[in-house]
Design a protein around this ligand. Structure first.
Ligand code: B12
Length: 157
């Protein structure tokens, strides 16, 4: 029998993953989940057709650090607006929200797409098609470290 000696988590952070809305494309997010686990993260996988509410309920239940939202079918513009606000209402307004896949149909300019999803919709980071897992995982590691340091500093005041 093993006995827990302290309450420190044995992983680098918890990430809720899924393909949002009416999206059935799961291959990309499955690859991302595999890479996250290989890099020491705890993954809570919702699979395809996941609603905003399912993301948020799972994040609240598991005290998640981040949401990894995948969208390939071009419907991200329908299913991502309101997600940050709904997180705020659920008391997890500062959770990291990353999105990737093929987010749009009619926005050929990536900088414009990035601006829209990050600045206007309040997502933390968005990634263009064909992003390899290393980049978001490195960003996540740094973002979680920053968020935890800020929390500790706030507690110390
Ligand atoms: C396989 C596939 C399907 C399969 C999906 C099987 C499954 N269960 O996953 C099936 C046949 C079911 C399908 C259906 C449809 N598809 Co489809 N599909 C594809 C295809 C050929 C490959 C997608 C794929 O798996 N790529 C491989 C993975 C590894 O790459 P990836 O998903 O991009 O993921 C990588 C990164 O993007 C990143 N990533 C992904 N998610 C996230 C999330 C986060 C947070 C981060 C950080 C990173 C990240 O990580 C991955 C690793 O590098 C693409 C074309 C293409 N070449 O991309 C079209 C494509 C995505 N499909 C498309 C369309 C239109 C459809 C349909 C609407 C077609 C129809 N009329 O019915 C339906 C959608 C149904 C629905 N309700 O969602 C379009 C989308 C157009 C757009 N966005 O502008 C594409 C681009 C084809 C095209 N050129 O028109 N499809």
């Amino acid at each position: 029998m093993t006995t827990a000696t302290n309450s420190e988590p044995t992983h680098k952070g918890t990430v809720v993953t899924g393909a949002i809305g009416d999206d059935v494309h799961v291959i990309g997010i499955r690859l991302m989940e595999y890479a996250l686990r290989q890099n020491g993260f705890n993954v809570v996988s919702l699979g395809p057709l996941a609603s905003q509410k399912e993301f948020i309920d799972a994040a609240v239940e598991t005290a998640a650090d981040a949401l990894f939202v995948s969208s390939l079918n071009g419907h991200a513009e329908m299913y991502l607006p309101g997600l940050r606000g709904a997180c705020m209402e659920a008391g997890i307004g500062d959770i990291l929200i990353y999105a990737g896949g093929q987010l749009t149909i009619r926005r050929p300019d990536w900088e414009e797409t990035k601006q829209h999803f990050e600045k206007e919709l309040g997502l933390s980071r968005v990634y263009p098609p064909t992003t390899m897992p290393d980049e978001p995982i490195n960003d996540l590691t740094a973002d979680i470290a920053r968020a935890r340091a800020a929390k500790t500093a706030k507690k110390g005041k």
